[in-house]
Design a protein around this ligand. Sequence first.
Ligand code: MG
Length: 440
Amino acid sequence: MKTILILDDNGERIAAFQKMVPALGDEFELKIWRDASSMASESESFFPTAAIISLSYGGDPKPFETGLDAAKFLAQARPVCPVIIHSTDTDHGCSMENELRFADWIVERIRLGGTGSIETIWLQKIREFLAAHPNTWPAKLPADHDERIQRALLSLDGLSVGDGFGECFFTRPEVIERRLESQDPPPPPWFVTDDTIMALSIVRCLKRYGHIEQDALAAEFAREYAREPQRGYGGTAHGILRAIGEGTPWETAAGRVFDGQGSCGNGGAMRAAPIGAYFAYDLNRVIAEAKASAEVTHGHPDGQTGAIAVALAAAWMVREREFSAKPSHALIEFVLEQIPHTDTYYRLKKALEVPLELSPRSAALFLGNGSQVISSDTVPFCLWCAARHTDTYTDALWTTVSGLGDRDTTCAIVGGIVALSAGRHSIPDEWLKAREPIKF
Ligand SMILES: [Mg+2]
């Protein structure tokens, strides 16, 4: 079966499309959406059979309801078939065309004079496209893909709530101490930062491809950065993401910073937990995919080690949960056995000497707390916090944030890991509601 996907909110045109499709043959089916948000949430399951996508702009300017929103959504996916823009709105039609063209979709705008022209102009363009461009859907998704994505989404919730929670602790010292003492969660909303935005891109990438597709991930990182550059990105990230957005290959952009050494920052680690969740039962893939996800922005081996360590910790939580993981150094031992011997490894090794009963402040003094925003100064403390609280999400975050330092990122890392062992029920509803809504 081949599917023609249509976005249009005009009843007469929809009727005309429905009348036309049988003319193409029995193998074609039609799927119509009247608004972009429904199309965005449902259309991906049709990508493997998509033959043509045809978009109108629509007349309703509500957020995420127009053809331009649909085009932006498609632009984040790998092209699967040609797109026709049958919008009568020229300005918006041009913007839609650009969105798709820049993301390498084959796209053409046609001008429909009325429903009659669907039988002529539209049908002719469809036939022309069908003859020239077969479906290019490439993904070979694993049989348990949906289950894996559910785990990645749980990790993402843990990560994003942690990110928003930790970010609220960049405030006056007396407020911080009062909150820590009373364990009073900060007042909502908890705005999320770059940690969540980049982890979202990673989970979307896993959902679309079932692996880290580096070019697509780099492009999405750059698009999200261009859309909202003020999400707390690190100093070096601005330059790298801007360069990728301007067309510099990610290998070049990520490799040339710090005199050609690449970044060893904690940005690869902060977004890696969902990768461990997705590949939990295949540790070689956890390592390879976490490395791939870090490489697009972090050329330095230690920046990649941080991502591998966090993803492995997340995988361990998924696997050990079945045996009700208890707080212990076993998590750290497991990670040490498998990560490259770079700075993060040696600092993490020290974490074995830090008793889990020690106060987080003392542990942070010994292990670092991310204030240098590099992997080796961030990841060891995070894994110590996660090992200390495998079974209680909120305790894990209170411990982590009391270490201060790069607290949105440390809380994002720990939240993304511990949610997997403590379970969805361990993230309080009020905390989820306090977090700024995020659109997966
Ligand atoms: Mg951040």
